[in-house]
Ligand binder design. Structure first.
Ligand SMILES: [Zn+2]
Length: 133
């Protein structure tokens, strides 16, 4: 359900990257929260609204679900992280979901990943929103 929603959001935005936060516990995504893309060039990049990120971290400290990753779309690119994504990614094990071409792929940002030296693929289990390496 989460993946279908992200796919639909991405398909509805052919000209700019959509983005949002993945909230949950461990590797289990409970919610994909759509956020404003505040990047200067949203057709080519994404930058999650820092206010939304701050609010999510604040809610997590009060006992809410943790921020365990984020998603964004590639309107005219591949359903995998780009070299630019790799350059921006911190190797913190967070979940990256990439929507493109009507599907979503999942990745974990790690040291020495197989893709661009930064990402390893995750298996996604749609209904449960669970991502495992
Ligand atoms: Zn990207």
């Amino acid at each position: 359900m989460i993946l279908e929603r992200i796919t639909a959001e991405a398909m509805a935005s052919p000209d700019r990257e959509v983005c949002g936060l993945l909230l949950g516990t461990g590797d289990r995504v409970l919610e994909a929260r759509s956020c404003r893309n505040v990047a200067a060039d949203p057709a080519m990049r994404f930058e999650i609204d820092p206010a939304a990120l701050l609010a999510a971290h604040r809610a997590a400290r009060r006992g809410g679900p943790a921020v365990i990753g984020h998603y964004h779309s590639h309107p005219s690119g591949l359903a995998e992280p780009s070299p630019r994504d790799a350059a921006d990614a911190v190797a913190d094990g967070s979940i990256w979901l990439i929507a493109a071409g009507g599907r979503v792929t999942g990745w974990s940002a790690v040291e020495n990943g197989a893709l661009h030296g930064r990402f390893v693929p995750l298996r996604l289990h749609g209904a449960a929103g669970r991502a495992t390496g």
